[in-house]
Design a protein around this ligand. Structure first.
Ligand SMILES: [Zn+2]
Length: 136
């Protein structure tokens, strides 16, 4: 990767993986201007994971779509956005293990999301289920 500021080659000076091994953090240093910055490497789920709908249609997995549906369910909480962000990551880790032939069944995504919400905030789970059980 080249320098953000001058376009010269950079060197990795430190690298760490997150505990779940789904993200790599790297500290880079520019060999010319000596600028230091951080890069994050993670799976592009949108291209790597497909969601299989009940009607058989396949669509890309959109993290933001999941995040918004969880946020909507948690709107009664003051910490809705923070909670929704953390729960989204938890749900993604859970559903990735349920993938078969490169796709994820919508029912697995919905049931995992519902279960995680049920453990965290029962009214949110009820709200989520009212929108996602029948018409996903
Ligand atoms: Zn530079």
């Amino acid at each position: 990767m080249v320098c953000l500021y001058c376009g010269s080659p950079t060197k990795v000076t430190n690298s760490r993986t997150r505990a779940d091994n789904l993200l790599v953090w790297r500290r880079r240093s520019c060999q010319k201007c000596k600028a230091v910055f951080t890069t994050l490497e993670q799976i592009d789920r949108q291209s790597a994971v497909a969601v299989k709908k009940r009607n058989g249609h396949i669509e890309p997995f959109l993290r933001d779509k999941l995040l918004i549906s969880i946020y909507d369910s948690l709107k009664h909480r003051k910490t809705a956005l923070t909670d929704a962000t953390a729960l989204t990551d938890t749900i993604i880790r859970g559903v990735l293990t349920k993938m078969t032939d490169g796709s994820l069944k919508i029912d697995d995504l919905v049931s995992t999301t519902h279960l995680v919400l049920l453990r965290f905030d029962k009214p949110a789970a009820v709200y989520y289920a009212s929108f996602h059980r029948a018409n996903s």
